[in-house]
Write a protein that binds this ligand. Structure first.
Ligand code: SF4
Length: 373
């Protein structure tokens, strides 16, 4: 039994009709509840709830401060490869896009780490396109070992979905977290935007976070790519997926991101435009639904918005990001997955978090298992 089976209990169109049928009085009732049912969560995602973003924000802020304190965990991405065998229509790394592809050598990874280390951030997100031959488990193992040697305390993977034994191997080398976006929970849309490669397998992707949790990883992160579908319905599915994971894998921390499609990604024009207000509503509804879920916002979002979101329930943010292999040490400008919107340096961002009265957490834990290797 996995979330794939659970998903069969929900019909996309029925959920959509329900969300769009909610009234303002339904919203007023749901806002003040301590514990939200899935119907209440759907209500907070409805058009009727848009008028209530202020009281929602007050509740979200209070819950987040109670559960997480005034802290923001900071992480930084390192792209090791922009090679990919898949053809996702919304992504610049799509196998059909022509540009100079690159997978970093171990020496080049080492040079990237030297630069990244200077930021003081010790949570590293290892990103790549999905190319199982170029970015194999053996390659990732070497990268992870090197990252650990360089003193990073938390290693998060954002690469192709793997088998459970592969996650276990990487866990033993020091990977503690996995981020894997399902992109969309609408199977029809999923098939329309994933035209080739292993990513066409909806189920294998959906169950990857569960394989990672079974392998022992301490944090799993999920998301939908906002813009592929109606965000109200999509974020409902993200929410019930997160809730399922939190209940089933209670030893594992669950996080949710809110990535919006950026124009630069393969010049793809999203079917649905997601406004700042839409993003904020999604985040607030999720915080009221799941008090302990981690909420993540990356540098895809502009500085002025990220500065506001800090007060609305976010718990993790990236800083100083480059989205191409070699972006830090070699100053490469080519081969980015998308253009970042918040272009502040890591130091500038950390300072701005402090100035808002929040504690930027650059290192939040230390593992000991890896020392035995
Ligand atoms: S979204 Fe991921 S799998 Fe799809 S083309 Fe981009 S890098 Fe490859």
């Amino acid at each position: 039994m996995t979330f794939f089976n659970e998903l069969k209990n929900y019909d996309w169109d029925e959920i959509k009709s329900f969300i769009y049928s909610r009234s303002e009085s339904d919203v007023e009732r749901a806002i003040n509840l301590n514990s939200l049912s899935i119907e209440d969560f759907a209500t907070l995602l409805s058009p009727a709830a848009e008028k209530f973003l202020e009281p929602l924000a007050v509740r979200a802020n209070r819950i987040t401060t109670q559960r997480f304190g005034k802290t923001i965990k900071i992480y930084i991405p390192m792209y090791v490869s922009n090679e990919c065998v898949n053809s996702c229509v919304y992504c610049g790394f799509n196998v059909h896009n022509k540009f100079k592809r690159k997978t970093l050598t171990i020496e080049e990874v080492s040079r990237e780490l030297e630069v990244i280390k200077k930021t003081g951030i010790r949570h590293l997100l290892i990103c790549s396109g999905e190319h199982p031959k170029k970015v194999s488990v053996d390659y990732l193992s070497e990268v992870v070992k090197l990252v650990r040697k360089n003193g990073f305390s938390s290693i998060i993977l954002e690469v192709q979905p793997l088998d459970e034994n592969e996650y276990r191997l990487l866990y033993n080398f020091g990977v503690d977290s996995l981020t894997l976006y399902q992109e969309t929970y609408n199977k029809k849309t999923y098939a329309e935007v994933h035209l080739g490669g292993k990513k066409t397998d909806f189920r294998y992707r959906l169950e990857a976070v569960e394989r990672a949790a079974n392998a022992g990883l301490r944090t799993i992160g999920i998301a939908a790519l906002m813009g592929l579908e109606d965000f109200r319905v999509e974020e409902f599915f993200v929410g019930i997926h997160a809730r399922y994971l939190m209940k089933t894998y209670w030893k594992t921390h669950v996080t949710v991101s809110f990535p919006r499609i950026r124009d630069a990604e393969g010049h793809f024009k999203p079917k649905h435009i997601i406004t700042d207000k839409n993003l904020v509503q999604s985040m607030l509804a999720l915080r009221l639904f799941l008090h302990d879920v981690g909420l993540v916002v990356s540098t895809r979002e502009p500085a002025h918005l990220r500065d506001k979101l800090i007060y609305l329930g976010v718990t993790q943010m990236s800083a100083g990001s480059k989205t191409n292999p070699g972006g830090y040490a070699a100053g490469e400008e080519e081969g980015k997955q998308f253009e970042v919107e918040d272009t502040r340096s890591a130091e500038e961002f950390i300072q701005s978090v402090k100035m808002k009265g929040f504690d930027p957490v650059l290192k939040d834990w230390d593992s000991s298992f890896i020392d035995a290797i």
